[in-house]
Design a protein around this ligand. Structure first.
Ligand SMILES: [Ca+2]
Ligand SMILES: [Ca+2]
Length: 354
């Protein structure tokens, strides 16, 4: 871990816990591939009905049953790390219908007194050269400069905000009042893990997430089908990214969960709103050697863009994904981030075994 604090560049400050990681994450999470797909992918098998699946009367609160079945994971039309498209077979599982909300996360914090990573001061021993005034808790918030002309420097629309965390999404003076049913943000993978454990659930594998996101549809490029993205589909970005957000879908940032139509399995916001942590380590070549039955991802992480930093997978895109720049809301799109990184457009949902 290199020391990011001696040079008080906001993005370097943002990388205090994982030098370089956030720089990659911040950018790639908003520019994650530029190849929105219009052609249908190869037909996937319809999930078959699990005759032994639990009934709705046994459903954990707020969860839906994702039946066993098989599907085509990945896409041969997407970015290289989505290839090759391959058949995967899945057991059934319960999944949260929505992203975990602020009010749900608040109940967890109330019960456990948990303190998220963004609320903790950086460990001075890890940053021995840092001025003490820089060793403060905080997180990255979306803040594009008005004069941005190029999309090449994807770090230009993020700002390190001291004091930003899940309770204060925009920093000191902000709170989530009125946003109780919005997804919690600024939670890192470790925070999400802690919540899942408390709730008696777990984070989904990448395969579970994609299988669930596809909602039983046959090889469609989007969770809603094959139509080009429009404001009725999901909370994503409309306008000229990153300077003009028309919010034609009604929301400039996070939206209340379940604002948009559910997918075929009854899951909301599997495209857009916030990115969602998965359990798996990230590798770009995961699918080269992936198991057919319930794959759980590689045993180690490797990101060629930042080879020294281990990363977990994130899925689904966010309110910052634009159809002209980013296509992270495709069900096959993959993203990655270090487990200690929480951001303004990153949340999670949980799954549970029967
Ligand atoms: Ca929006
Ligand atoms: Ca989402």
């Amino acid at each position: 871990m290199t020391h990011p604090m001696s040079t008080p560049h906001p993005l370097e400050l943002a990388c205090r816990l994982c030098a370089g990681t956030l720089a990659v994450v911040l950018g790639t999470l908003t520019g994650c591939g530029r190849a929105p797909q219009s052609a249908p992918e190869p037909a996937a098998a319809q999930p078959s009905t699990n005759l032994s699946s639990p009934t709705s009367s046994t459903a954990p609160k707020g969860m839906v049953w994702i039946p066993l079945g098989s599907f085509i994971m990945g896409s041969d039309n997407g970015t290289p790390d989505e290839r090759p498209a391959h058949t995967v077979e899945m057991h059934g599982f319960w999944m949260d219908q929505t992203e975990v909300t602020n009010e749900e996360f608040a109940r967890f914090v109330e019960a456990t007194k948990y303190v998220t990573l963004a609320e903790r001061p950086p460990d001075p021993s890890q940053f021995p050269d840092a001025p003490p005034e820089n060793l403060v808790p905080g997180a990255g918030v979306f803040s594009p400069a008005p004069d941005i002309e190029s999309l090449e420097n994807h770090l230009a629309w993020w700002r390190w905000q001291p004091g930003a965390n899940w309770k204060h999404p925009e920093g000191p003076g902000s709170n989530f009042a009125g946003r109780e049913r919005h997804p919690v943000v600024h939670v890192c993978w470790d925070d999400a893990q802690a919540y899942a454990k408390w709730a008696g659930k777990r984070l989904p594998t990448e395969a579970e997430w994609e299988y669930a996101a596809r909602g039983g549809q046959r090889g469609q490029p989007y969770v809603w089908g094959n139509d080009a993205p429009n404001p009725s589909h999901a909370n994503i970005w409309q306008g000229h990214f990153p300077k003009i957000n028309t919010a034609a879908d009604g929301w400039r940032a996070t939206a209340p969960v379940a604002t948009y139509p559910p997918n075929g399995f009854g899951l909301f916001d599997m495209a857009g709103n916030v990115w969602e942590w998965c359990a798996d380590w990230y590798r770009p070549d995961t699918y080269a050697n992936s198991a057919v039955q319930d794959p759980k991802g590689p045993s180690t992480s490797y990101d060629p863009q930042e080879p020294l930093t281990a990363k977990r997978v994130m899925r689904g895109g966010s309110y910052l994904c634009s159809d002209v720049y980013c296509s992270g809301y495709r069900p096959s799109a993959r993203m990655k981030s270090s487990p200690d990184t929480g951001l303004a457009h990153t949340g999670f949902r949980c799954v549970k075994d029967p």
